[in-house]
Design a protein. Structure first.
Length: 202
C-alpha cells in the first residue's frame, strides 16, 4: 500500500497537469496506481483530499523557505527572498529541473487554492495557517518585517496578473519585476525602533 504522502503527491500531479476540475477520487487513484477503495481508506471525500493535499504541499514549501532563509548570510529580507528563490528558481542562477518543476507546482497550487476557495473557503485553512506562521516569522525582524510583507504582497499581485492573463512568464516585464523586487528585499527604506513598530501593529 502506498504511503499517504505518495497519494498526496499523485493528487498534486493531477492538479498541476490537468487543473483542479480534474481532481477526482477516481482520477487520483488512477494516477497513484491504487484502487479507489485504497484511496478512500485515507481520504473519504474529495474535500478531505484537497485539504490534505494543500497541507502537504504547504509543509514542503515552508521547509524549503526555511532552508534558503537559514543559508542566506544577509539578514535583511531573507525570508521573502527565500520565498522568491523557491517560487522562482531562475533567481538562483543554477537551476535544476526538479526546482523548476516544484516552482511550477507551487504556482499551479496557488491557482487551485483560489479556485477551491470559491467553492469552499474552509479548504484554504491549511494554507492560511502556514502563511500566518510565515508572516509572524517575518515580523519577528522588526527592522524590515513589514518591508518583507509588502514585497510578498507585490509577488502575490504578480501571480494574480498571470492568473488574469495580464502578464505571462515569457513577458520581459515579468522577469524585470522579479529582479526589481528581489533587489528591494535587501534594501528596506528605513529602520524603526522595535517598540514603535510593535505599537503600530497593535
Amino acid at each position: 500500500m502506498l504511503a499517504t504522502a505518495d497519494l498526496l503527491d499523485a493528487a498534486i500531479r493531477v492538479v498541476t497537469r490537468d487543473g483542479l476540475g480534474a481532481l477526482t477520487l477516481d482520477g487520483v487513484a488512477r494516477e497513484a496506481g491504487v484502487s479507489k477503495g485504497g484511496l478512500t481508506h485515507h481520504f473519504a471525500t474529495k474535500d478531505a483530499l484537497v485539504t490534505a493535499m494543500l497541507e502537504h504541499f504547504a509543509q514542503r514549501l515552508i521547509r524549503e523557505v526555511d532552508r534558503f532563509a537559514a543559508d542566506d548570510p544577509e539578514l535583511a529580507g531573507r525570508r521573502v527572498r527565500a520565498m522568491m528563490k523557491v517560487g522562482h528558481p531562475e533567481l538562483r542562477g543554477d537551476v535544476a529541473p526538479a526546482d523548476s518543476k516544484q516552482a511550477s507546482e507551487a504556482q499551479q497550487l496557488f491557482y487551485a487554492a483560489i479556485a477551491a476557495a470559491v467553492v469552499n473557503p474552509k479548504l484554504l485553512e491549511p494554507l492560511k495557517q502556514h502563511a500566518e506562521g510565515l508572516r509572524q516569522r517575518m515580523l519577528q525582524q522588526p527592522s524590515d518585517g513589514l518591508w518583507q510583507i509588502i514585497i510578498w504582497l507585490a509577488l502575490d499581485g504578480l501571480m494574480l496578473w498571470k492568473l488574469l492573463g495580464l502578464i505571462s512568464q515569457d513577458d520581459p516585464m515579468h522577469g524585470e519585476v522579479l529582479q526589481f523586487l528581489y533587489g528591494l528585499s535587501s534594501r528596506p527604506p528605513m529602520t524603526e525602533p522595535a517598540e514603535e513598530v510593535q505599537y503600530a501593529r497593535n
